[in-house]
Structure formats: structure tokens, C-alpha cells
Write a protein that binds this ligand. Structure first.
Ligand code: HMG
Ligand code: MG
Length: 286
């Protein structure tokens, strides 16, 4: 029986897309419900500029409420973010994630710098995390498509993944950011990436905008990946288009994996409760 590791990203990737700011108490309640469902890796926020992403402000206050148990991850784009994270850390159960893009267009829009500059900013964060014994993950966005540059060549993705991996991250999460990839193009991308980084060090992060996320996970499993990101309730869709899919829903991924005979450690019934709670937060921000 093969085990698949799930990284729950709803409290970060889901709630960051909400039109309003969800309260700290509601964010904490969601994280606790997800932990109760058996999720062992939960992304709980970001130490980014609150002017850019106000929804993730007060991640330090969220962290302060979380008891040890699962590994709680936060996004950290630069040393300013690392300092915020380090000050907020109350126990050893946290991980950080740095994030870069395969394309210059998305890097500028998301991080206000080039891909090379984003890697330069990530390098000291990775070094600080390793020195502090904090595990560190790296995201590469736009692994098949970019909202600014269209389809992205697999070799270009492999190049950025290799540069990020060489900086020392434990795992690279491949971000299919806008949900336009299909299984054939995801496979081609994975073929190129797996020339430079082994499947054991890769995760799939699929948005479901085009309805292909589960198919893309299926081809990634075939390629040997055993780590995936997902958001309970499919949070992360466009708040102005009710029902529009966002991140692939954790409950759909768990159902597919269990059906196929994989273990996840997740209790599907408790996850359904957490997913209800997540969906209930939609449009509830201030
Ligand atoms: P910048 O404006 O280029 O940075 O932003 P700066 O160094 O010039 O600083 C500007 C201001 O931000 C200053 O404040 C800094 O102090 C402050 P001011 O003087 O104007 O008051 N600042 C910070 N504040 C808090 N925390 C920090 C920090 N750094 C600087 N860490 C910056 C650069 C990275 C900060 C900005 O571009 C930013 O915050 N971007 C947000 C990126 C983000 O969170 N995007 C969403 C997550 S990524 C994602 O969703 C993709 C993923 O899911 C995978 C996928 O789907 O592909 C992971
Ligand atoms: Mg994402």
C-alpha cells in the first residue's frame, strides 16, 4: 500500500483569494478542523506584505493559537518575512515555503522582481531555515501556463526547479497556477523536471479552474509523485463567480486516492466537516 502525503493549503491559498479578510478566530478554527481530520501538513498563512495580500495579515496571531501536532507551513518571500516568522514561532512544529515562478511575467506580478532576484531573495531564507532546523519547501508557479506569457516550455520549468532545488529546499511543489494544464502537457513538464530533480522531492499543486486537476494528479501519480497540495472545500476560486473551482478540493483528492488504494492518513468524514466549514467562509470576510 502506497502512502500519499497531502499538503492542505486552504487556509493560505484558499483564503488569500477571498474578497474580504477572514478573522483570525475563523482561520484558526479551520486549521484545527483540518488537523482533526488527520491532515499533517497545513499551510496556515504568509509573511508577505499586507498591502499586497491583506487576507494573510496577522499570520503571527494565527500561529500563536496553534498547538503542536501537525506541521504548519507559512509562505516567506524574503528575510523580512523570515524575521516575522522567527519572532512568531512558539514551538518547533512549523515549516516555511519560499516561492518563485517559471516565468518573468508572473514573477513581476507576484513578487515585484525577476526570477533571478526572487531566487536571490529565497537563498538566505532557505539558509536561515536550515540553520534553525526548520524544514523548507519551494514553490515554482506557472509550470504549464502563465497568465502573462501563455504556455510555458517544460525546459524553462526544469531550469527554475533545478536552480531552486540547488538552494537546498527539501521539496519543490510544482504550481499549476491557473488550471489550464492538461494531462499531456503536465506529463511533458514532469518528464523534463524529473531529469533534474527526483520524483521523491516533487509535489503537485494543481488549481482546478479548467476542471482537469484530478486528471493531472492521476498522471503525476503515474510519473511517481507521492505528494500533493489541495484546499478543503476547493477554496481559492473566483469570489465573484460562485461555484467556480479554485484549488483542487482536498476531499476530492482524498476520495480519488482512497478509491485507488492509496493511504493518506485522512479521515474522510471529518474532512467533509472541515470542507463544509471552509465553504462556509466564502464571502464572509470583512
Ligand atoms: P516589494 O514592494 O517589491 O518589496 O514587495 P519592498 O522590499 O520594496 O518592500 C515594500 C514594502 O513591503 C515595504 O513596506 C516593506 O517593508 C514591506 P513600506 O515601506 O511600503 O511600508 N515588506 C514586507 N512586509 C511584510 N512582510 C514581508 C515584507 N517584505 C517587504 N515579507 C513582496 C515584495 C514580496 C513583499 C511583495 O511583492 C509581496 O508581498 N507579494 C505577495 C506575494 C504573495 O503572497 N502572493 C500570493 C502567494 S503565491 C501563490 O499563491 C502561488 C502558489 O499558490 C503556487 C501556485 O499556485 O502557483 C504558492
Ligand atoms: Mg496556488
Amino acid at each position: 500500500m502506497s502512502f500519499v502525503t497531502l499538503h492542505e493549503v486552504g487556509p493560505r491559498d484558499g483564503l488569500q483569494n477571498e474578497p474580504g479578510v477572514i478573522s483570525v478566530a475563523q482561520r484558526v478554527a479551520l486549521v484545527r478542523a483540518l488537523a482533526d481530520a488527520g491532515l499533517r501538513h497545513i499551510e496556515v498563512g504568509s509573511f508577505v506584505s499586507p498591502k499586497w495580500v491583506p487576507q494573510m495579515a496577522q499570520t503571527d496571531a494565527v500561529m500563536a493559537e496553534l498547538a503542536p501536532g501537525p506541521e504548519y507551513a507559512v509562505l516567506v518571500p524574503n528575510m523580512r518575512g523570515w524575521d516575522g516568522f522567527a519572532a512568531a514561532q512558539k514551538h518547533g512544529g512549523y515549516a516555511v515555503a519560499v516561492f518563485v515562478a517559471a516565468t518573468e511575467g508572473f514573477s513581476r506580478a507576484n513578487l515585484n522582481c525577476s526570477v533571478a532576484e526572487s531566487l536571490e531573495r529565497a537563498a538566505p531564507v532557505i539558509a536561515a531555515a536550515k540553520a534553525a532546523g526548520v524544514s523548507v519547501r519551494g514553490y515554482v508557479s506557472c509550470v504549464t501556463d502563465c497568465p502573462y506569457e501563455g504556455q510555458v516550455a517544460p525546459a524553462q520549468v526544469a531550469d527554475v526547479v533545478a536552480r531552486l532545488f540547488a538552494l537546498g529546499v527539501g521539496e519543490v511543489s510544482l504550481g499549476e497556477t491557473i488550471g489550464k494544464g492538461d494531462p499531456a502537457r503536465v506529463s511533458a513538464m514532469l518528464d523534463a523536471v524529473m531529469q533534474v530533480v527526483p520524483a521523491e522531492a516533487l509535489a503537485g499543486h494543481f488549481h482546478d479552474t479548467g476542471g482537469r486537476a484530478l486528471d493531472n494528479i492521476a498522471v503525476s501519480l503515474e510519473a511517481g509523485l507521492r505528494s500533493f497540495d489541495a484546499a478543503a472545500g476547493g477554496l481559492g476560486g473566483c469570489p465573484y463567480a460562485p461555484g467556480a473551482p479554485g484549488n483542487v478540493a482536498t476531499e476530492a483528492v482524498v476520495a480519488m486516492l482512497h478509491e485507488a488504494g492509496y493511504e493518506t492518513g485522512v479521515d474522510a468524514e471529518k474532512l467533509a466537516l472541515a470542507a463544509d466549514m471552509a465553504r462556509g467562509l466564502r464571502g464572509k470576510g470583512q
